[in-house]
Design a protein around this ligand. Sequence first.
Ligand code: PLP
Length: 389
Amino acid sequence: MERSISNRFYFDYNATSPLSDRVKDFVHSGDSLFGNPASLHQTGKKSKRAIIEVSDYLFAYFNLDKVLYRLIFHSGATEGINTFFKGVALKHFEKKEKATFFFSTVDHACVYQHKEFLSLLGHDVFFFDVNQEGQFEREVLVAKILEAQKKSAKVYMNYTYMNNETGVIWPLEWASEIKKQTEVLVHVDAVQIVGKMADWQNLLNSLDAYTFSAHKFGALKGVGFTFVKDRVEFMPLIHGGSQQNSLRSGTENALGVYSIKLALSEFTDRYKKEESKKISEFLKREMLNFLAEKAELVASEAPFRNLNTFFFVFRGQKAETLSMKCDMMGIEVSTGSACSSGIIKENRILMSMGYSAEDSRAALRFSFGPFVTMDEAQIYIEKIKSVFR
Ligand code: PLP
């Protein structure tokens, strides 16, 4: 429910989500799974059992084969993605090998910002471009990967399944096809998919790694998980007490991990695919009709878009002024990248899609939750109209 207790309208689900009801109920029940999963007493074993239960649940939930992947719990996608890319890079460094990494210009900062570190270790990093609809040219990318393969021990690619800013989806089948043609090792940033597309559970066993962040789908903050194929060699980033088979040391956050299962099960039980599609179409149509004169919907013609994200460029306006106005009138939206003084910086994603610097400072993102009803959607539209009128 976007309308929070303070009676504000929360349209920033891509930034984070409110806690799911099942997580709240569990926390209120007083069972905090506080035992250290490594302890041998009953309380510790209870936490350990909870983690194993969630691990089994996640493999089944996402249709991934337990024989092929290891599952690592961590503090969130930023850590998971750093572990994957830095981990493989360090492994090659140890073997005195050069690897090549392909990132897109619209990847999240926790992918994009790896360039310096990877270059420091002697690896190559390439960014592939997208057009104004957030699409990349597959044949060009394949050719570049094949070229890179001649000069490096291994080639890796990050593949953002759903873009957090634009809502553009790149089907997993495209990544699988690229892999088939090139044997590139593919890490999928799957952070945004849960509850925001028609079918988010069927991951492909052909790809090499998937990273998720729990707070994006109603579980507790500070928790995430990554599936990594057994045969992908990487050096762990966090050393210590050898938890999680030494892949990520540190006492596991049993309550956080358990909240993943609670939140995901709630999503599956409550989510109504057809209704969500209908409501998404309604929101898009109404917002487009109303804002058409005032703003342009980013990547509106992309072949695959998610159901909840509407990123508008309000040409000639300033995002900080608009967002301040929204905030004053009770609507919470995202402006992309604000610096500490609250001034909006150029939005890297929009600029790489061909928008001008000025346009990129004039964008607002509305991202809705997964359980909006038609009645609520109508109220939201009226509220948005009242603000932008
Ligand atoms: N990847 C994507 C696509 C994201 O949207 C985010 C967060 O917004 C992240 C990675 C990083 O997730 P976290 O901040 O939970 O570590």
